[in-house]
Design a protein around this ligand. Structure first.
Ligand code: ADP
Ligand code: MG
Length: 701
């Protein structure tokens, strides 16, 4: 079976060396398997006839039955064309041909009914069909000729077209492949899984995904192939997890000791939310099992992840281990360092900060204190995973990530101790469950789905440009109450086309509206040097400036509890999750906070939905779900690098049900048969043996 999939593409009849090379270069198709899995990007619907009235430019292709009313050749030379009009009981439509005019003119008979098939388009503001295929209509013949079907369309390239491999050309090759070799593909899913999940068999699925006769066949085929794809992905992820749990022992945090209790009873300035308590319990259980923990902690901005991480760290320290906390940027590492110190107070624990800008001398003493075991907690950036950084006994690692640290980077941390440390990955970008299940499918997941009590939900308002003065008035009121305001712009340099307000314009308007000496403004954007940025940020943090005008650089991690208003200019230009992240910058203090979305009057349908969603809800998980539906999984921020999402057919936004089905199926398999030893799972056992190169779980160690 695998032999078939790996057969070089040039062996296929009709391909050969030259076209084979072109297919490889242009589309990455180098084997039979690649070609078989080169799926149509759409299907041209010839399963139904449209009425003339129904024809719209939204349809990619239409097929109509219409009677010819008129035909004439117009224009001269290059502009010469055949224009015809056809009609049915709902209306009439213009048809145009630019080539093969004479022959077409002779063939078309006024008064006869035809099946016309073409892509609808606009010309001079009028809907028309250009170059339709035309066939005399015959109520019997239409069906018997088999043109009532879904025609596959494949993406091709200019270069391939020179080798006659346009969509139709590729279609022909796939037809040959299916006809000659793929009629009896070996099944790769166990029989009981196929029947339990009501799937069609593999050969039929490939046949019907390329050449479905109707929508039902197409649906069954794609259901089967998507299931297969997601099933093997989940099988790999959960197998990795099992493998890790079997292979890696974990430190046992047997007791709750002085540090945890002292902090909990005397230092913690608030009561934990029940979500925080639940999460802590999950971590506590994980760290008693003798198995390395790999847990993802998801929670919206402000949900209080840091304190959960910190208390887990105290638990580790109580059991005699060192700990570290890694953040993606220096600013964030710094902030963690400050807030941890504030929560712990002085002289409670040995805590140090290590980033790229730590001076050599300080760095050296940190290294020493780590190796001697004196340092309890090290907070920092990527600098932490450098080889030079050696711990005496690292037992617990917190990774606060904006963008996912790779498996390799996590693995580097594991190697810093003979028994790998427990790992807690925190993310403030809520992602839908199904996406988490795939991106982080090999981790356990905790969710803090509740904000601390007393937190007033941020009020979000959408203003059009004509309410600008109201917005300024509101800013002034809030500033008069002693609060601070962010104003965020999407771009630094103006793009004429998009007519975006640029930051400089914005600063000018703001300075006029909020003049010195009464108002002071900080300006921060990506083109400032790090030092200037820090200087400006600091003025705002200290309250010396009341307004922070910025581009999205402030998205990452500033924490100014006194800031109560977030104004987002051209809000329609931002993605949903970005809007949500920006909004999370306010609402950090006790005061009622506001987010004002400024936009143009002209909004796309999607832009409108984004703004409406923001006004309606502050629930990060709900927003993430809508974002996923709108943008598709490939565009989820920071996730592009992750190979997990290179799915051929399945789509994590639209195929969530199939994903859940696949996940549950795999969970059930491992529950019953961890080693895949049962005869009925033999195919799955083979799957892993064949794919020795794919043993990513071996590399993790
Ligand atoms: P996150 O990292 O999840 O965005 P933080 O951990 O920074 O959130 O917490 C946000 C703020 O809420 C911090 O000032 C923190 O001290 C505070 N906080 C955390 N948990 C609680 C709680 N249970 N009750 C009240 N305030 C809390
Ligand atoms: Mg945080």
């Amino acid at each position: 079976m695998d032999d078939f999939f790996q057969t070089p593409i040039e062996y296929l009849k009709g391909v050969g060396a030259v076209r084979g090379e072109a297919l490889k270069k242009e589309l990455g198709i180098s084997s039979y398997g690649d070609l078989l899995q080169y799926f149509p990007y759409k299907y041209i619907d010839r399963t139904r006839f449209y009425k003339v009235k129904e024809v719209s430019s939204d349809l990619s292709f239409v097929q109509i039955i219409a009677r010819l009313k008129h035909k004439e050749i117009v224009g001269e030379k290059a502009a010469k064309r055949l224009v015809a009009v056809a009609f049915d009981e709902t209306g009439s439509l213009k048809l145009v041909w630019f080539q093969g005019i004479t022959r077409m003119f002779q063939n078309l008979i006024v008064g006869k009914a035809y099946v016309f098939f073409a892509k609808p388009g606009f010309f001079n503001g009028k809907l028309q069909l250009a170059h339709p295929e035309a066939e005399l209509y015959n109520s019997e013949g239409a069906k018997s000729k088999g043109n009532l079907a879904l025609q596959p369309a494949y993406i091709s390239t200019e270069k391939l077209k020179r080798f006659l491999l346009d969509s139709k050309g590729i279609q022909k090759l796939i037809a040959i492949l299916l006809e000659q070799y793929a009629r009896n593909l070996e099944e790769n899913l166990p029989a009981y899984i196929i029947s339990n999940n009501q799937l069609i068999n593999r050969s039929l699925a490939y046949q019907n995904i390329h050449f479905p006769e109707n929508f039902l066949q197409l649906k069954e085929a794609s259901q089967r192939l998507k299931f297969e794809e997601l099933f093997f992905l989940q099988l790999k992820l959960l197998k990795n997890k099992l493998f890790r749990e079997q292979k890696f022992k974990g430190n046992v945090f047997g007791k709750v000791g002085y540090y945890f209790n002292e902090f909990y009873n005397h230092k913690l300035p608030f009561a934990l939310t029940s979500a925080q308590k639940r999460t802590l319990k999950e971590i506590r259980l994980d760290t008693q099992k003798g198995v390395q923990m790999n847990r993802l902690l998801q929670g919206d901005v402000g949900s209080g992840k840091t304190v959960v991480a910190l208390m887990s760290i105290l638990l580790a320290i109580d059991n005699g281990y060192q700990t570290c906390m890694m953040a993606p940027t220096e600013i964030l590492a710094n902030q963690h360092f400050q807030s941890v110190k504030q929560l712990l107070g002085d002289d409670f624990l040995e805590v140090a900060l290590l980033t790229g800008s730590t001076k050599t001398k300080a760095r050296r003493s940190i290294h020493e204190d780590l190796e001697s075991g004196k340092l309890n907690l090290l907070i920092g950036t990527h600098a932490l995973i450098e080889d030079k950084v050696q711990f005496k006994n690292l037992g617990f690692v917190v990774i606060d990530e904006q963008h996912r640290f790779g498996v390799e980077q996590r693995a580097k941390l594991w190697r810093k101790n003979s028994i790998p440390p427990h790992i807690l990955v925190m993310t403030a970008t809520p992602i839908p469950r199904t996406l988490a299940m795939t991106l982080y499918g090999d981790l356990d997941i905790s969710v803090i789905n509740e904000l601390p009590v007393g937190r007033k939900p941020i009020t979000t308002i959408h203003f059009f440009e004509n309410s600008r003065l109201r917005m300024f008035g509101f800013m002034k009121e809030e500033i008069a109450k002693g609060r601070q305001v962010y104003v965020v712009y999407p771009l630094i340099k103006e793009s004429e086309k998009l007519d975006l307000k640029n930051l400089e314009d914005g600063v000018e308007v703001m300075s006029r509206e909020f003049p010195l000496p009464e108002y002071r403004i900080s300006i921060v954007h990506g083109q400032l040097s790090a030092a200037d940025k820090a200087f400006e940020m600091n003025r705002f943090v200290k309250g010396e400036t009341r307004i922070m005008v910025a581009t999205t650089v402030i998205e990452v991690g500033v924490n100014v509890p006194n800031a109560s208003v977030m104004v987002i200019e051209n809000a329609e230009r931002f993605g949903l999750s970005q809007l949500h992240q920006l909004r999370g910058r306010v609402g950090r203090g006790a005061e009622q906070s506001y987010c004002i979305l400024m936009s143009n009057h002209k909004l796309s349908k999607e832009g409108k939905l984004r703004l409406e969603t923001m006004v309606r809800t502050t629930d990060g998980f709900e927003i993430a779900e809508i974002d996923l539906q709108l943008r598709g999984p490939g565009n989820i921020e920071g996730k592009q690098q992750s190979g997990v999402l290179d799915l051929k057919l399945a789509n994590l936004a639209t195929d969530q049900e199939i994903l859940l089905q696949a996940r549950q199926t795999v969970e059930a398999i491992f529950k019953e048969d961890q080693q895949l030893e049962l005869p009925k799972n033999q195919l799955l056992h083979q799957h892993f043996q064949q794919k020795t190169e794919g043993l990513s779980w071996n590399k993790i160690s």
